[in-house]
Design a protein. Structure first.
Length: 397
């Protein structure tokens, strides 16, 4: 009897261990699928939370002067919307001016491309003359002439004997022409419909952002108390610490990046105005905030001012723009960023790289912007839950 029970116990134990290993893998796959297919919803919610964290200090300031939280939230959201409206109108005027000057910029870009092509062709010719001997070059030129003459003779013979004209078959209801026309129209209409559908989803979700921000600000205390009601005893204390850690980290990251972007935008606009670049009020903020994008911020920050410098089209201006943007980016990344943002976000570079890859794959460009605060929020939870301390140490610097 013991001989029969022992193998059965081993099999059941193996099955149980396999289930314990399979459940986290299945759960992780389900979570990734939910994040991927519901990315519009999650991106909208997280963007509203980020804006709420930016506006929360202003709500607290109004509450100090005896404003109720609901009224303070309404006033702050209204002022923020008016501020965005003024910025949008200014950007629209700048973009309208750029649109009128677009042919001039297109001609400058075409001239630069032609000049680069001529230089590359000249370098190839000089390299060819140095590498290939003169006699071999002469033989290759004669061969090319013979090929061109044969091609010309073949074309002239085709022109002298035109093929007999064959009337095309009638385009009936099942003809190839009709099928091709339907395929092309279906492909174009399908592409346009998919683009319009995605744009409609983005526009629909963006319309919820002001309401989400207002309710997150006005119901902040109630949401915190209600969330803590799900936990009891020591778990409630751990949940409160985790929630406070996430709030402090996200607020430090979002507000710090926003203030740093404003500072870089102001410095860039003033410098571009001193360089006599057109549209400094549009190019400066674009360059300042694009420099905050992880890893690719420096080349992205150079694109708007270099495009604006096409109106001047002078080599010293291009060099000055590149040097200024590079120096400002390195100064902000190495001195300002650690003091304003890095003191709260303790992540090692390997984890940051993997998080950028993962969230960029799931949510595209918004994932790259949200990867660091999401990963840092996960680390804040792991640092406060005793069973997850090893994961928090692995994610930390």
């Amino acid at each position: 009897m013991a001989l029969i029970t022992k193998p059965h116990t081993k099999v059941s134990q193996t099955v149980q261990e396999a289930r314990q290993l399979a459940m986290p893998v299945v759960a992780m796959g389900v979570v990734i699928a939910i994040l991927y297919f519901g990315r519009v919803f999650f991106i909208t919610s997280i963007a509203a939370m980020a804006i709420a964290f930016i506006l929360e200090p202003f709500v607290a300031l109004l509450m100090r002067v005896r404003f109720p939280r609901s009224l303070a939230s309404f006033v702050v959201c209204t002022i923020a919307l008016l501020f965005l409206y003024v910025i949008a109108m200014g950007a629209y005027s700048q973009l309208s001016a750029i649109y009128t000057d677009l042919p001039k910029y297109g001609q400058r870009i075409a001239d630069i491309v032609d000049d680069v092509r001529e230089r590359v062709q000249g370098m190839e010719d000089r390299t060819y003359k140095l590498v290939v001997p003169a006699r071999q070059r002469q033989q290759e030129q004669e061969r090319l002439r013979a090929q061109q003459a044969a091609e010309q003779a073949r074309k002239s013979s085709k022109r002298s004997a035109p093929p007999p004209s064959v009337p095309p078959p009638p385009a009936g209801p099942g003809s190839i022409q009709e099928v091709r026309i339907h395929d092309e129209s279906d492909g174009i209409s399908g592409y346009v419909y998919s683009r319009l559908s995605s744009f409609y989803q983005i526009l629909l979700m963006a319309s919820f952002v002001p309401f989400l921000v207002y309710f997150m600000l006005s119901w902040r205390d109630h949401i915190n108390r209600s969330f803590l009601q799900f936990f009891h005893g020591e778990d409630r204390l751990i949940a409160a610490r985790s929630l406070q850690g996430i709030a402090d980290m996200v607020r430090a990251f979002v507000v710090g990046n926003f203030l740093l972007g404003l500072l870089l935008s102001l410095i860039s606009s003033m410098m571009f105005w001193a360089m006599h670049l057109p549209y400094p009020l549009l190019v400066g903020p674009l360059s300042g905030f694009l420099s905050l994008v992880p890893y690719v911020g420096l080349p992205l920050a150079m694109v708007p001012p270099l495009f604006s410098a096409l109106a001047v089209n002078q080599l010293p201006t291009y060099v000055l723009v590149v040097v200024f943007v590079a120096v400002l980016h390195l100064f902000a990344l190495n001195l300002l960023y650690p003091k304003i943002v890095g003191s709260r976000v303790h992540l090692n570079p390997l984890v940051v790289t993997f998080s950028l890859m993962l969230w960029g794959f799931l949510w595209d460009a918004p994932g790259l912007l949200l990867a660091i605060p999401l990963t840092a929020g996960l680390k804040a939870v792991c640092d406060n839950v005793k069973g997850l301390w090893p994961i928090g140490k692995f994610l930390g610097d």
